[in-house]
Each structure stands twice: as structure tokens, then as C-alpha cells.
Design a protein around this ligand. Structure first.
Ligand code: NAP
Length: 554
């Protein structure tokens, strides 16, 4: 079981047999590989894309940018890395984040253990061998004692169910599977369907490039100015001076990100003071606005004050009152659909060459060979951009035909919503770990902070099993039931379940409406996971399994 690749055994016909297989070479898969190697285990990463980067590899749409500040949206596990790397902007754009992922892959010599262009089609638990049997493309196979799914929460692009989509004569692009070669929209009439984070970022840039842009909006979104700009030497130095301490602090917060956390209720101050607070945060930019008061996610009345402030700003930014009204969200609390950050999004609708279609009043009937037909008529386009989001959190996991003990299919187990002990391991699926899986803080957090915590917990677990002579770990059903109930209970203490969001699976017809991420907070979750490990993996059974794993002490 040496890390040396020469030690990789070939068993059971064609295909390699490894201690650990990791699926996905985004930020989760890259760091997991680094940590597994350090344990001296044989490991392979299988990645569907042709290079590293995960979400930042696929989401190359114009304007793609992170909405967590660069100084915080980066790995913290290596002090030299975080000191050396230099971000050029407050919020890094996709090309720079992808360059960072490539830098990390090279710096830690990760590529030699990654097989690209390799999508895992199926994974079946083999009880007799205490390992996973994997089906790869072209009939190839592999076996792994442990399977770590680092497949991302927002990686299964969601095509809209619109009749005639395949009939459009021009090119159709989805923001989540954007081509690697640049797309030229100059002189083109372009339609964008979807106004979530991706659409809101792409629309201002597409408006600059295209000869005419039409935006099809179903649900208006709350969006805040990002306030992006060049990184200043002073700001960078401030972070780097005490990076270790700031990262430690971030890990204890609710979202894994350091903001200026308001400690008062929005209702504890008068309207004037509230407005001053919101205005100051709006001017600084970023999601810090959402932390102005401590009850915006909990109290409808408090939330209404922030929502109203944003609607007033939209009315001020958009010259045409009809468009401003269409762009103003009214029927769900602010923040309960993922808050968006933008750069001149609302102002874009003041351009003569940008139209807005309100699909609530004028729904799409079909995509035609020429363009888009709504109830009021057809518009012709040269290109379509679908910013229609993802089958979030479970989509990429269920895209793999996964069967666990006794042939149980993950798709059946999750038919009424995901059940995943600690967001880390579904009961009935031994030795299978999900990084930032449903039931963990994942999408409600600075995901790199959550990734690091999961990777380190999983690596600690693999090391523990190895040192203690166990080959199999499995979640207990009772423990999973208790965790799922807890995830549900804390979600329903907040306003989040009031929105028809992708957090709830509401954007995918037929998907169960369950609040999927854990909203209890990154800090509390980290502590809980650490306690579970310290108690010898309470809520999990440890088994000796078949075949040796690691070097048990006598
Ligand atoms: P999204 O938030 O799910 O937005 C999809 C949009 O498409 C929504 O406006 C949706 O309308 C619309 N839509 C879907 N199906 C439609 C249909 N059949 N007809 C008309 N409209 C349709 O997806 P996203 O914008 O790709 O963002 C997903 C998540 O990825 C974000 O919430 C965020 O977590 C992450 N992300 C982050 C960044 C960043 O860091 N800045 C950037 C992009 C994405 P409804 O709301 O009515 O369903």
C-alpha cells in the first residue's frame, strides 16, 4: 500500500486497484490528492474535464468571477503558497482562479496522479472485496478501497425544459459548460435566459459585446454591487501579515468568511440608522451587506428592511420604471436565494440595445429555429445563452450509477431527498466520502474553507483506519437519521425554506423539496466533526473488512 505508483496492483481483469480513488480535480480533488499522498497510499484522481479547476474549468462565461474575496477564496493549508500567490483584484475573475488551480497542481506535482477526460460512469460496492468497483469510459475498470467524491455542488449543468430547444439554428451556450475557445458575440443578436449569479455576471459583459441583447427573466434576483477593483498592496499586506490567524478565525465563523458582523437586530435601531448602515455597506460592496444586522436570515420583519433598501436602489439605478419593477424581487426574503454580486448589472438595462422580457407576464412557449417565442410573439437571435443553473448538490453524485451494500442504489436512497451522515458518508455506502456533500455547510459557506475541513477530516479518518488495522468505515443509520433531522430542524428555524431556490431543489422539476445544505455554520460543524473523530468515529462502524489496508500495529 505504498504511495509509490509501482505498488499499484492490477487485479480483477483490466484496470488498476488503488487505495483511494478521488473523483474530480477541482479545488476539493486537488487538495484531497495532496493529503492522501502524504499518507503513503496509492491514489488516482479521475476527472471528466481535460484539465484541473473543476467549476473554474467549466464556467468560462464572460464576466465569470468569484463573489468571495480573493484573499479569502484560496487555500490556507500551505503558508508559503498563500504568501507567494498574488491576486490582482478584490474579487478574482475566472481566468485568474483557473491559473491559481493550475499553479497549485504544478507546485505540488499533482498532475501525475490525475487521469483527465475520464468520467466515472458507475461505482458498485463489492462486499466480498471490501472495495469499490468502478466503471470508466470505453469499458475500462478500476477498483478502490475508498472512494472520495469531489464532484462539486454546482457542476451538473441544468438545461431548461423548453420545447424546441434543440431546434435553434444558431449556437446555444450554457454558462456552466462554456467552450474553452473564446466566443465572439460582436455584431450578434443574443438572448440570455436566466438571471441568477451567472446571468447577472454575464449580462453586462454580453451587452458590451453583442449588437443587441435580450434578457429573459423568470424570477428577479436581489443583487448587490460587488465593488470590485484592483487589489491594493496595503490590503494584500494586511491579510498576509497575519494570514494564519485570519484563516483560523474564518474557520470559526458561520460562513467560513470574515465579514463585519453586525451584532444588533435590524429592528433594534431606527429607520434612519438602519438605512445609514445599509448604505455604508452597499457603498463598500460585497456580501458584507447581508451581515449588517444579526437577524436578516431569521426574522421576516428584519429581512424586509434590507429587501426594501435593495428595491429602492434598483428603482434609483434603472431609469425605466417598468423595467425597474420587473427587476425588483418581492416574493421571497433577501438572501434565501443565493445573494448575487454584480458589476453594473441594473445599469445595463438603461442601454437602448438591451431588452428585458418578464417571463411571468409573457412566458416562453418554445425555442424555434429562429429564436425564442413567448406568448406575445417571436424574437430572432444569432446565439442563445442559457444561464439556467445546475442540478445542485446531488446532480453530479447521482449522475454516477452508485450502489452500496446489498445493491442499494443511491438514487433510491435519495428519492425523497439526500440522506448523508454529517454530509460526509451516506449510510449503506461504506468507504464512500462526499466532499461538501448535501448535509454539510458547502454552498452556504466559503467553499474552499469547507473543502479544507472535509479533506482534512477524511485524511484523518483514512490515517486512523490505517493505523488501527481497519479497512472499512460505514455510517450508522441511526446516526444518519439524527443528522438529517438536525439539518432539517436548523434550516426551518430560518427564512431559507421560504424561497423556491436551488438550495431546496426547486429549480429541477420533480426534485424533492428538501433544504440540502447544513445551515448550522462552518464553525459549529467543524467542532462537531472533530468531536465525532475524537470519540473514535462515533456514529460510524469500523470494520476489519477483507484484505489488508495499511499497517496495523500488532
Ligand atoms: P441559478 O441561480 O439557478 O439561476 C438560474 C436562472 O435561470 C434563474 O434565474 C432561473 O429562474 C432561470 N431559469 C431556469 N430555468 C428556466 C426556464 N426553464 N425558463 C426561464 N428561466 C429559467 O444558476 P446560476 O446563476 O448558474 O447560479 C447557481 C449558483 O452558482 C449561484 O447561486 C452561486 O452559488 C454559484 N455561482 C457563483 C458565482 C459567483 O461566485 N459569483 C457565479 C455564478 C454562479 P428561476 O429563479 O425562476 O428558477
Amino acid at each position: 500500500m505504498e504511495g509509490d505508483k509501482a505498488a499499484v496492483r492490477r487485479v480483477d481483469g483490466p484496470g488498476e486497484s488503488l487505495d483511494v480513488v478521488i473523483v474530480g480535480a477541482g479545488f476539493a480533488g486537488l487538495y484531497m490528492l495532496h493529503r492522501v499522498r502524504a499518507l503513503g497510499l496509492s491514489v488516482r484522481v479521475y476527472e471528466a474535464g481535460s484539465d484541473v479547476g473543476g467549476t473554474w474549468y467549466w464556467n468560462r462565461y464572460p464576466g465569470a468571477r468569484c463573489d468571495v474575496e480573493s484573499m479569502q477564496y484560496s487555500y490556507s493549508f500551505d503558508e508559503a503558497l498563500q504568501q507567494d500567490w498574488r491576486w490582482s483584484e478584490r474579487f478574482a475573475g475566472q481566468p485568474e482562479i483557473l491559473a491559481y488551480a493550475n499553479h497549485v497542481a504544478d507546485r505540488f506535482d499533482l498532475r501525475r496522479d490525475i487521469a483527465f477526460d475520464t468520467r466515472i460512469e458507475a461505482a458498485h460496492w463489492d462486499e466480498a472485496a471490501s472495495s469499490w468497483r468502478l466503471s470508466l469510459p470505453a469499458g475500462r475498470r478500476a477498483a478502490a478501497r475508498f472512494l472520495v467524491l469531489a464532484t462539486g455542488c454546482l457542476s451538473a449543468a441544468k438545461m431548461p425544459e423548453i420545447p424546441g430547444l434543440g431546434s435553434f439554428a444558431g449556437p446555444v451556450y450554457h454558462t456552466g459548460t462554456w467552450p474553452r475557445d473564446p466566443v465572439d458575440f460582436a455584431g450578434k443578436r443574443v438572448a440570455v435566459i436566466g438571471t441568477g449569479s451567472s446571468g447577472i455576471q454575464a449580462i453586462p459583459v454580453l451587452a458590451e459585446e453583442a449588437s443587441h441583447l435580450t434578457v429573459y427573466q423568470r424570477t428577479p434576483n436581489y443583487s448587490l454591487p460587488a465593488g470590485n477593483g484592483p487589489m491594493t498592496a496595503e490590503y494584500e499586506a494586511g491579510w498576509k501579515r497575519d494570514y494564519v490567524e485570519r484563516r483560523r478565525l474564518a474557520r470559526t465563523t458561520k460562513s467560513g468568511t470574515i465579514y463585519e458582523f453586525g451584532t444588533r437586530s435590524a429592528l433594534a435601531v431606527d429607520a434612519e440608522e438602519r438605512s445609514r448602515e445599509y448604505a455604508a455597506r452597499w457603498a463598500k460592496g460585497g456580501a458584507n451587506f447581508m451581515h449588517a444586522f444579526n437577524d436578516l436570515a431569521l426574522s421576516q420583519e428584519a429581512n424586509d428592511t434590507a429587501a426594501e433598501f435593495v428595491r429602492e436602489r434598483i428603482a434609483g439605478l434603472v431609469e425605466d420604471p417598468r423595467k425597474a419593477a420587473i427587476l425588483s424581487p418581492r416574493d421571497y426574503p433577501i438572501g434565501t436565494k443565493r445573494i448575487c454580486l454584480d458589476t453594473r448589472y441594473f445599469e445595463t438595462f438603461n442601454r437602448d440595445d438591451v431588452d428585458l422580457v418578464d417571463l411571468r407576464a409573457d412566458p416562453i412557449e418554445a425555442i424555434t429555429p429562429r429564436g425564442v417565442r413567448t406568448r406575445s410573439g417571436e424574437r430572432a437571435f444569432d446565439a442563445l445563452v442559457l444561464a439556467t443553473g445546475f442540478d445542485a448538490m446531488t446532480g453530479a453524485l447521482l449522475a454516477i450509477d452508485l450502489t452500496g451494500r446489498d445493491g442499494e442504489r443511491l438514487a433510491d436512497k435519495w428519492a425523497a431527498g439526500p440522506r448523508n451522515h454529517l454530509g460526509l458518508m451516506p449510510a449503506g455506502f461504506p468507504n464512500l466520502f462526499t466532499i461538501t456533500g448535501p448535509g454539510s455547510p458547502s454552498v452556504l459557506s466559503n467553499v474552499i474553507v469547507s473543502i479544507e475541513q472535509h479533506v482534512e477530516w477524511i485524511a484523518g479518518c483514512l490515517g486512523y483506519l490505517k493505523d488501527h488495522g481497519y479497512a472499512v468505515i460505514a455510517s450508522e443509520r441511526d446516526a444518519e437519521d439524527a443528522w438529517v433531522a438536525h439539518v432539517n430542524e436548523v434550516a426551518h428555524r430560518t427564512l431559507y425554506p421560504r424561497a423556491a431556490s436551488w438550495y431546496m431543489g426547486a429549480n429541477v422539476p420533480g426534485k424533492p423539496r428538501v433544504f440540502m445544505p447544513y445551515i448550522g455554520g462552518v464553525g459549529a460543524y467543524r467542532e462537531h466533526c472533530a468531536t465525532v473523530a475524537a470519540k473514535g468515529y462515533e456514529g460510524f462502524t469500523l470494520e476489519h473488512g477483507i484484505g489488508r489496508y495499511g499497517n496495523p500495529t500488532p
